[in-house]
Design a protein. Structure first.
Length: 242
């Protein structure tokens, strides 16, 4: 259903402003997949943001029989606190800074440049580790669903959306299990549709609070998820060469 956050925002009313609504990321993926029935058996790509977005994206892709891939985006973190990001870098080199936070923290140009360069190297290395020789999928031919395990500040997702636009994606939907209403509103302005099962309000927000079981996801787990889904896709794709 639509919310007061915009006509293109879809949520689950009974989950609004609640915590611990999902057992884990797999459970969250099933809940979000239930909101995306219109995409079932279409030429839509489901792109997960690693690492935490991949377990959610994989369930969505499996439930709806869609193609799964990865869109590497990483936040630029503070030198003294790696949990706080003041911007993000995407797989194609797209960079966006949270100017308000940068100005408030009085970060020097040198520190910002160093942070951007460090994060760009991290993104390139991670993309190579997760994708190998596989080229980025052609997203210009149909809808794309960009998935993460939640929206806190929303900057990582925003840069991911911008990178997909640069790659020619004509129709982008964002799908997340949980998100803060301010971030949901911001991202919704940049996409055709935003699906967020659990929209929450207030001054305090943590993505992990939506989950009963929460832990970090390793790149090894992400690689396993991608390989498993690609194998499944090959099995389920009919041979049309004969």
């Amino acid at each position: 259903m639509s919310t007061d956050l915009g006509k293109n925002v879809v949520d689950i009313a009974e989950l609004r402003d609640r915590i611990y609504v999902f057992r884990d990321r797999a459970h969250a993926g099933k809940a979000v997949a239930g909101m995306l029935e219109e995409y079932r058996h279409t030429n839509t790509f489901v792109l997960g943001i690693p690492a935490g977005g991949l377990p959610v994206a994989a369930v969505i892709a499996e439930e709806l029989n869609l193609r799964l891939d990865v869109a590497v985006v990483s936040k630029i973190t503070l030198p003294w606190n790696t949990e706080v990001g003041y911007g993000a870098v995407a797989f194609d080199g797209t960079v966006r800074l949270n100017q308000r936070l940068v100005e408030g923290l009085k970060l020097s140009e040198g520190a910002i440049r160093e942070g951007m360069e460090k994060t760009s190297r991290k993104v390139a290395m991670r993309a190579n580790a997760l994708r190998g020789e596989r080229p980025f999928p052609d997203v210009s031919r149909g809808p794309v669903i960009l998935v993460d395990d939640g929206l806190a500040s929303g900057f990582t997702m925003l840069v991911g959306v911008e990178a997909l636009r640069n790659a020619g994606a004509p129709q982008i939907a964002v799908a997340v299990p949980t998100g803060h209403d301010t971030s949901v509103r911001m991202i919704a302005d940049h996409v055709e549709r935003l699906y967020c099962a659990n929209i929450r309000y207030g001054l305090s927000f943590a993505v992990a609070d939506a989950y009963e079981s929460w832990s970090d996801v390793s790149d090894e787990e992400v690689i396993h998820i991608i390989r498993h889904r690609k194998h499944t896709e090959r099995i389920n794709t009919p041979d049309t060469s004969s």
